[in-house]
Design a protein around this ligand. Structure first.
Ligand code: ATP
Ligand code: MG
Length: 332
């Protein structure tokens, strides 16, 4: 399998001594949607900036499309598209004018750029707003315009830095569809940073989790969840039932049992494989089961296990990184 992005021991220390990225080695395959997941300040933007030739690594090396990012920056830039975390659009121009400007910067002719711009405006649901100044766009519209600008030259490899920050659920879903379509139709490789765990889980073929500059885990979402964190079988008993904690705990493969009224949470490696045994344990005590659910571990639990800390965006008073994005000011 062709490796489109390769880093070996990549690191960045900023002038003020901050070690933003430490010894990161990863590989991204062709036509893969690769997630680079981590809380605020983890080093996602710094890594993206090195891969897109905008920031020089302090140590280590990186290749994009087989080209060394330090030695061949111009060649790398011709192959990639970038959507920045911070908005780059000119607010005094219209959406269409911004796209025309971007097309000019990558030397697309007018004949090439016209239909391309029309198509992108349509896809990003911006056709109606195309001739309004960007200043009047909502945060979500501005984000969608950024994506259009970043994909104007039909890149082989697309870097997206927090592309969905500040988007409402509907716009996020639309964006995911667009990314999947880009990959399916054009075979684009996508390197996407996000601090939304659910986004990485739903969208990415493989992902890495970065925390305080260190890569702490890599794999498919399913692999990561399987390697870390147990399944939970939730069993709810029907009617008046005796305490079955001991009975469930004695089922081979069950590692722990927690009871909450009529509901029991059983921890085990593979929930599906144990459901029948658990049901039999209840049946043999003549207790009826009202409901059984197998819950897979989420990436939240993976993060917790790897770092000993809950996954939350620093400075986010709401705690969970799944909720409203912190720092809304950056959103558009
Ligand atoms: N230009 C800079 N000079 C000094 N330190 C920096 C600079 N840019 C980033 N940092 C620091 O490097 C670390 C990583 O920052 P980076 O922006 O790469 O994180 P991030 O994962 O993109 O975070 P976020 O989710 O907030 O976008 C942070 O501690 C940050 O404060
Ligand atoms: Mg960032």
């Amino acid at each position: 399998m062709e490796h489109v992005i390769v880093t070996e021991g990549l690191g960045k220390r900023y002038a003020d001594g901050v070690d933003a990225v430490r010894d990161v080695s990863l590989t991204v395959r062709g036509a893969e949607i690769y997630g680079f997941l981590g809380p605020n300040g983890a080093g996602k933007t710094t890594t993206t900036a090195m891969l897109t030739t905008l920031l020089r690594p302090t140590y280590g090396r990186a290749e994009v499309a087989g080209l060394d990012v330090v030695r061949r920056p111009d060649a790398v830039r011709r192959r990639i598209g970038i959507v920045f975390q911070r908005s780059t659009a000119d607010a005094d121009l219209t959406g269409r004018e911004n796209l025309e400007l971007a097309a000019g910067l990558c030397s697309l002719s007018r004949a090439e750029s016209r239909p391309r711009i029309r198509e992108l405006l349509e896809r990003m649901d911006l056709s109606e707003a195309a001739d309004r100044r960007v200043r009047s766009y909502s945060g979500g519209m501005q984000r969608r315009l950024e994506v259009a600008v970043g994909t104007i030259q039909d890149p082989e490899i697309l870097f997206l830095d927090e592309p969905t920050l500040g988007l409402d659920p509907q716009s996020r879903a639309g964006f995911w569809r667009y990314v999947r379509e880009l990959r399916r139709k054009n075979g684009v490789t996508v390197f996407l940073t996000t601090h939304y765990l659910d986004e990485a889980d739903a969208l990415c073929d493989r992902l890495s989790i970065i925390d305080r500059g260190h890569l702490i885990a890599s794999g498919t979402p399913a692999e990561l969840k399987e390697r870390r964190g147990d399944d939970t079988i939730e069993v709810t008993l029907a009617g008046e039932a005796p305490d079955l904690t001991a009975a469930f705990a004695s089922v081979a493969g069950v590692r722990a049992v927690a009871r909450d009224g009529a509901m029991y949470r059983l921890k085990c490696a593979r929930g599906e494989a144990l459901v029948t045994k658990v049901a039999l344990a209840a049946q043999s005590r003549e207790v009826e089961i009202a409901r059984v659910v197998v819950r897979k571990p989420s990436l939240d639990e993976v993060f917790l296990e790897m770092t000993g800390r809950a996954y939350r965006a620093e400075g986010d008073p709401n705690g969970s990184a799944k909720g409203a994005p912190p720092g809304g000011a950056r959103a558009g």
